[in-house]
Design a protein around this ligand. Sequence first.
Ligand code: ADP
Ligand code: MG
Length: 245
Amino acid sequence: MEPQPVIQIENIRKTYFMLAGQVNALKGVTISVTRGEMVAVMGPSGSGKSTLLNIIGYLDRTSEGSYLLDGIDVSGMSRDQLAAIRNRKIGFIFQGFNLLSRTSALVNVQLPLLYAAEGPAAKKELDRRALEALSWVGLDKYSHPGGQQQRVAIARALVNNPSLILADEPTGALDTRTSLEVIDVIQKLNKEKNITVVMVTHEPQIARYCQRIIRVRDGRIQENEKVDSPGVAARDLKEMPEVED
Ligand code: ADP
Ligand code: MG
């Protein structure tokens, strides 16, 4: 059976209109991502990576072109309809993680669904899901987001049981070991839960853990490279010397 494309983007353009003039952030981008793939998006700063990711995640709309997610064309949908699909299918890991530092890991993980959960039954179900998501990343409800930001952020992306995870520079400000731990969790989600992953990174050594690298430059796809034998973070973590503390 042909692998099913989960993301089908054809010739999309994105133009931002500013007082100072217009910015053509995407100038005709065509890509497709297959279910279960783990793809890196690379490119210089300002090349349109975040814009592309935001469009894939329905956080932004295209100016032109078509985008099908799971075969569904969303161009005519209202904001509420988009939000509903987003809540059902997509988990986000943002750059800098966007967590509330004074709030428990549990509540941080529940945040994307908190406003939708009305009534005790829905709250209980949300608790159950959040605890399951936390345990997936090796945390529990007593964990504080403090030193575990990246794990909490991943658990939060998982809470709606998404089929697609979008991550914008998830290892941006992290040391090598912590970066590998993040990639390890993402790889496990990809393999064991068959979650499709699209991850923006500017680090070549991180991109090599993905099966494919899409390079963006000046709002265009420059290259689409299949990675021969992608790295396995769990293996590389084992080979890393332990840090003494
Ligand atoms: P990258 O993530 O690759 O650094 P972005 O997608 O954030 O690039 O930005 C691509 C271009 O679009 C840049 O020139 C940026 O300044 C511009 N841009 C991004 N978001 C906005 C916005 N909300 N309003 C105006 N211009 C934007
Ligand atoms: Mg960016």
